[in-house]
Design a protein around this ligand. Structure first.
Ligand code: NAI
Ligand code: BGC
Length: 267
């Protein structure tokens, strides 16, 4: 039980990677707030699944890309579950389009969900942490355990170009620099900030890809380990970053991609 006594809020946790993270957190002893886009059957199902672990689980909902919703979700999470220790910014969307055809509405949806959302959720989370505890003095070594954890689910595309997904890459690249900045700025508060950058993971976001055998086999040829990742491959890393084993880590991106990012071979 690596997260006993901790409470985590995970966005986009009704499905895919977020759901797997919420479940693994609960299996490791954490209480969990599922922050879903909508309070619907899918979200209720995720809650029911996680409740089977015996941990406390709560559901809040809203659009992370709307600042008022983001703030309200943190407030509702605190009201339901009590003090939060861990925030996982996982909710995200992608829209495929050639650069010249990208609409303003699609650009806004991707940037609002993937970058503005984590920005203001993190701000509300940090304000909550500050309200909970007196600020640490610089050089204060008394607390060896960081007071808060922020984990962003970015992507290999915070680093790797992805033609026809320029708004998505801009959002994930932005998330990388947000993480690096906050790692420095929030360290004096005892808060760590890290990114997880998955490669191609078998979730609903890849529905189109997985139903196109030609595109899928082209992608698999680019993955040295020869398979898509599973949500559980990402969840294990999130547990590590949330646990005491990662106390001394901040400002880092960890890649979980089957080798996709650095793949190069001469035929
Ligand atoms: P998914 O589509 O299953 O999950 C995305 C979740 O975000 C859904 O639960 C959805 O309801 C939620 N969401 C979307 N827009 C929202 C909004 N405006 N407000 C609140 N919630 C919203 O996809 P997946 O794969 O689980 O994605 C999770 C994260 O992982 C995303 O940030 C994605 O960019 C990232 N990622 C996924 C990869 C993959 O291959 N599946 C690879 C690299 C990164
Ligand atoms: C994207 C997926 C893509 C994967 C690998 C992720 O960030 O959401 O659509 O398959 O990166 O390219």
């Amino acid at each position: 039980m690596r997260l006993q006594g901790k409470t985590a809020l995970v966005t986009g946790a009704a499905a895919g990677i977020g759901q797997a993270i919420a479940l693994r957190f609960a299996q490791e002893g954490a209480d969990v707030v599922i922050a879903a886009h909508r309070d619907n059957a899918e979200a209720e199902q995720a809650v029911a699944q996680i409740r089977q672990t015996g941990r406390r689980v709560f559901l809040v909902s809203g659009d992370v890309g709307k600042v008022a919703d983001a703030r309200a979700m943190i407030a509702a999470g605190v009201q339901a579950a009590g003090p939060l220790d861990i925030l996982v910014n996982n909710a995200g969307v992608e829209v495929r389009a050639p650069f010249v055809d990208v609409s303003e509405a699609d650009y806004d949806r991707v940037l609002d969900t993937n970058l503005k959302g984590p920005f203001f959720l993190t701000q509300a989370f940090v304000q909550h942490l500050q309200d909970r505890q007196p600020a640490r003095q610089p050089g204060d070594q008394s607390g060896s355990h960081p007071a808060g954890r922020i984990i962003n689910i970015s992507s290999v595309h915070e680093e790797l170009p992805f033609p026809h997904f320029t708004s998505y890459c801009a959002s994930k690249g932005g998330l990388r620099m947000m993480m690096r900045n906050l790692a420095i700025e929030l360290a004096p508060l005892g808060i760590t900030v890290n990114n997880i950058a998955p490669g191609a993971i078998e979730t609903p976001i890849n529905r189109n890809l997985m139903s196109d055998p030609t595109e899928l086999s082209a992608l698999l040829r680019n993955i040295p380990l020869g398979r898509l990742g599973q949500p559980g491959d990402v969840a294990g890393l999130a547990v590590f970053l949330a646990s005491a084993d990662a106390d001394y880590m901040t400002g880092t991106t960890l890649f979980v991609d089957g080798g996709l990012l650095w793949n190069y071979a001469e035929q």
